[in-house]
Design a protein around this ligand. Structure first.
Ligand code: PEP
Ligand code: MG
Length: 748
């Protein structure tokens, strides 16, 4: 029986393929298809419903129902049995449809005489396209074989819609191809960009869906799987010892690649008449559908792994690599599920914007995107499924929104926004050489944060007074192995060359927490942000710290040098690190190498503990820089990486500002130079508050210097200081409101 139905199913798919190949308008082809399916499955009715817009389905073709209802009968997502199949992405199979929960009678179709109903979703890679339905008068439940057969047919249909085979008639069909879609994500780097989609990993296009010879197809599938397994084993053996997480991922891949269930399902699909690649894609589509329903993060991740594996298998079967031969558009906006820092650096400044499905604000890719000032939106769910190479795309890095194939009204609003941003940039350019002096004559020193050679040109363009924070870990993160001392000293030397006589403060390696070096032993920690990171690693593994200090001394080659140690919690850590530096200097001297004409050594204040260190520490350090990103997370006990709490507390809350004021007062009485280098230093309102309370050196992204300087020059910082102090005395906690009111009152 199963044998018979398999050959029938293959026959049907063969006939479907022939119909597709015929020269005919879209509607005619749809009509033929419904006829073919009804005929082959011996049912009285076969209908195709497609999405007209994301929430409405439209009857687009039918065999058996009233033809007058075609393109007239519509239902909302979730409405009636058809709407429910689409909404839940699963099959409804019932002998007596009117008794089924959710049934809605549509008189115009004449369906009242049909009792049994079988509806299967038409979807491609998790993207819902419509519903395929068969009905008959006979009150019977369809067999598992029939259900399965109809799912296979639906899969082929989905592909053909995707390939544009139906395009021609029917608003629903046309709309799907040009649909404007908006994705709401989170901002990892602000800014606005308009351009064309450039898929980091273009989708594999499966053109060969149906096959006559299951034996050949199964052999192709098994050969490809063998290749896949060999590839995974190779990757596994190349994972460095200690990279446990990477290893774990590869082990899961291996498990999937050897999964009998997966292979069996695909072979059954082939028996039904699908080609090997269509069978892989059918399983992939189903995994995606499950993924969208899974609330368990672990299961979602595993389904993701399976998705990735399916892509690899499809590439092997179709011979399509990442390079499709497509030419990169003029204004490429990268769309990907995720991307590594090295890959992003490869693209470099060519990219005008980035939209990712995954990622996090503190990820390495985000750090690179920020360093390159490329607007980046993360968590744009499903964007890789929707976007096609070359599609028009807008990145709104202020709102965290991506517009794919935007309609004209969105385009024109966006143009206005970009024009305003350009005008503002021009205004900032005009004050580039002016000082950041407030109306009351207070001078503020604005410096920039950097981490790549590529940042250095911005030093001159932005009007910064130097680099207040050079994050040295980027050179470590983007490599597959520990960089050599000579490489580092050459980079540091070139950074100082490019800065000419402006100061650069190098922060020693700040790894751990989210910044994990692929080539270093990765210790599983329950709380990495509170774990083995930054100076703690440096002191426990002094070899790396020493090597870096030597590289810095050599790079300076006798010039002035400023070094700061990250994440110092207690003075002893600072003194121990400073001892290492003293030893490195002595060694350089012994070797006859030049030593810096002036050496300044500072500490980053990133834990509340350091704010209460004894005076002797404050007197001993040459300078202190507040790492507000970390300090804030520990002050409020709110993880900077956790979207649920990241924005829960405002830096402009009076408690945090009072704490910063305490640090500033301690630095003042001990005559210690103080700066602030967290992200908040580059936000205009926050920058005003910091400077008003007396932190007068701020280090920020180059792009923020213009807006911050512009605002400082229009503000009376002395007056604002009094207003903030009064508000705090009065018990106001929301200083953002206080500052906003001040700006409004003074019409800034
Ligand atoms: C900070 O914590 O504020 C800081 C500047 O360091 P990072 O963001 O690199 O941790
Ligand atoms: Mg930090």
């Amino acid at each position: 029986m199963a044998q018979r139905s398999e050959s029938e199913s293959r026959k049907l798919l063969g006939r479907l393929r022939d119909t597709m190949a015929e020269e005919a308008a879209g509607q005619e082809r749809l009509d033929k298809i419904t006829h073919l399916i009804a005929d082959s499955m011996k049912t009285e009715v076969c209908s195709i419903y497609l999405f007209r817009d994301p929430s409405t389905l439209e009857l687009c073709a039918t065999e058996g129902l009233n033809p007058e209802a075609v393109h007239k009968t519509r239902m909302n997502l979730g409405e009636g049995l058809v709407g429910r199949v689409a909404e839940r992405n699963n099959v409804i199979n019932t002998a007596i449809a009117p008794e089924e929960k959710g049934f809605r009678y549509m008189p115009e179709t004449g369906e009242e005489i049909y009792s049994s109903f079988l509806g299967v979703p038409v979807q491609r890679l998790g993207q819902r396209l419509g519903v395929l339905v068969v009905q008959s008068k006979d009150p019977r439940k369809y067999t598992d074989d029939e259900v399965y057969g109809l799912e296979v047919v639906a899969m082929v249909l989905a592909e053909m819609t995707e390939l544009g085979a139906f395009v021609g008639e029917g608003a629903a069909l046309r709309a799907r191809h040009k649909e404007a879609i908006m994705f709401r994500g989170s901002v990892a780097q602000d800014g606005a960009a308009s351009g064309q989609v450039w898929l980091h990993e273009p989708r594999v296009v499966v053109t060969n869906l149906v096959s006559e010879d299951p034996v050949i197809e199964k052999r192709r599938l098994n050969d490809a799987l063998d290749q896949l397994r060999v590839g995974i084993d190779k990757m596994l053996s190349s994972v460095s010892r200690g990279a446990s997480e990477q290893k774990e991922v590869m082990e899961t891949y291996r498990m999937f690649a050897h999964s009998r269930g997966w292979l069996r399902r695909m072979e059954t699909d082939i028996d039904k008449g699908l080609s090997a690649e269509a069978a892989v894609e059918k399983e992939q589509s189903e995994a995606r559908a499950r993924m969208s329903l899974a609330s368990d993060l672990y299961i979602r991740d595993r389904l993701h792994d399976l998705d990735d594996l399916s892509n690899r298998l499809l590439r092997l079967l179709t011979g399509q690599g990442n390079n499709t031969g497509a030419e990169m558009p003029k204004r490429p906006i990268l769309v990907a599920s995720n991307i590594g820092p090295a890959e992003l650096l490869d693209y470099g400044r060519k990219l005008k914007g980035i939209a990712l499905e995954e990622g996090s604000v503190g990820s390495h890719a985000a750090i690179i995107a920020r360093a390159l000032a490329i607007p980046l939106i993360i968590h744009a769910e499903n964007i890789t499924t929707e976007a096609l190479n070359g599609d028009h795309i807008l990145i709104d890095g202020d709102q965290g929104i991506v517009h794919l194939r935007p309609d004209e009204s969105v385009q024109s609003a966006f143009k206005d926004k970009m024009a305003m941003a350009t005008q503002a940039q021009e205004r900032y350019q005009a004050i580039r050489h002016e000082e950041a002096v407030s109306l009351c004559n207070r001078y503020v020193r604005l410096m920039m944060n950097a981490g790549l050679m590529a940042d250095l040109p911005s030093l001159k363009d932005s009007g910064a007074k130097g680099v207040g924070l050079f994050r040295t870990e980027l050179q470590f993160l983007v490599r597959n192995q520990m960089p050599r001392r000579s490489e580092l000293s050459s980079i540091y030397g070139r950074v100082m060359d490019a800065a000419e006589n402006l100061p650069v403060i190098f922060r020693t390696l700040d790894i751990g927490s989210d910044k994990v070096l692929p080539y270093m032993k990765n210790v599983a920690e329950p709380n990495p942000a509170l774990g083995w990171r930054a100076i703690r690693v440096g002191l426990d593994k002094p070899g790396v710290l020493r090597m870096q200090l030597q590289a810095l001394l050599r790079g300076a080659n006798g010039r002035k040098l400023s070094i700061m140690f990250p994440f110092v919690s207690i003075p002893e850590e600072f003194f121990a690190a400073k001892d290492e530096l003293a030893k490195a200097v002595a060694r350089e001297k012994r070797l006859g190498h030049p030593i810096p004409e002036k050496l300044k050594v500072g500490a980053m204040l990133e834990t509340p503990a350091l704010a209460y260190a004894p005076d002797s520490f404050f007197k001993e350090v040459d300078f202190i820089s507040i790492g507000g990103n970390d300090l804030k997370q520990f002050f409020f006990a709110a993880d900077r990486e956790n979207e649920l709490v990241r924005q829960r507390y405002d830096v402009l809350n009076s408690s945090y500002i009072a704490f910063l004021k305490h640090i500033k007062d301690r630095c003042e009485t001990t005559d210690t130079t103080l700066s602030y280098c967290g992200e908040d230093a580059g936000r205009p309102l926050e920058a005003l508050c910091l400077t008003a309370i007396g932190i007068t050196t701020l280090s920020m992204r180059a792009a923020s210097i213009g807006p911050v300087k512009h605002l400082i020059r229009k503000t009376n910082l002395g007056a604002l200081e009094c207003i903030i102090a009064n508000a705090c005395e009065n018990g106001d906690t929301d200083l953002r409101q206080v500052i906003n009111d001040y700006l409004e009152d003074t019409a800034v």
